[in-house]
Design a binder for this molecule. Structure first.
Ligand code: IMP
Ligand code: MG
Length: 188
């Protein structure tokens, strides 16, 4: 069975995500960001970032938007710890308030890498927003400033996140149903 044919069990549905995005936007507004630049970490955060940006607009913020494409090398579903820049931001970040947006805070290495990079380039403040946080998985010390949901320690897909390049298009976050065998799915 190909991964595309597998079923995905819903963990966080569209309505819950939409509601939480509006709440996050209020929390971000309360941090009084100035000259705000939203930096979305590709690929996994593209859908979250798009919805969060619209929520930020609704609360009256007018951020500029940038993208950084980072790759944290993974063996199957396990992170190896190295982070590489596949595409860098193009705007000047010096002196600006930056909101770094990522999909999941797991080991923390991706967010720490990106935050350090932006601080080293002279950002005034780097706030971090993640859709999901998996507690107890941190390899480096970092707390996100804004967290959508606490996520159970399972591999999730959808709403921008993938398993073997599948499921990014799903409008909700869920778990791939592996009950019907095929344990080597992630090893091509
Ligand atoms: P960290 O650097 O270990 O915090 O890893 C975070 C990155 O790993 C996220 O930005 C995701 O791209 C990816 N990741 C971690 N857990 C999952 C998961 O359950 N599903 C999909 N991607 C994940
Ligand atoms: Mg990612």
């Amino acid at each position: 069975m190909s991964i595309h044919e597998r079923r995905v069990r819903t963990l966080f549905d569209e309505a819950a995500i939409a509601k939480r995005n509006d709440e996050l936007a209020e929390e971000i507004l309360a941090a009084r960001p100035e000259n705000l630049l939203v930096v979305a970490v590709l690929k996994g955060s593209f859908m979250f970032a798009a919805d969060l940006l619209r929520a930020l607009h609704r609360v009256g913020l007018a951020p500029q938007v940038e993208f950084v494409h980072l790759s944290s090398y993974r063996t199957g579903t396990v992170s190896s710890g190295q982070v590489e820049i596949l595409r860098d931001v193009q705007s000047e970040v010096r002196g600006r308030d930056v909101l770094l947006v990522d999909d999941i805070l797991e080991s923390g290495r991706t967010v720490v890498f990106a935050k350090d990079l932006l601080m080293a380039r002279g950002a005034h403040r780097v706030l971090t927003a993640v859709l999901l946080e998996k507690p107890g998985k941190r390899a480096v010390t970092i707390d996100a400033d804004f967290v959508g949901f606490i996520c159970p320690d399972v591999f999730v897909v959808g709403y921008g996140m993938d398993a073997a390049h599948a499921f990014r298009q799903l409008p909700f976050v869920g778990v791939v149903d592996f009950d019907s065998g095929d344990p080597d799915l992630f090893d091509p």
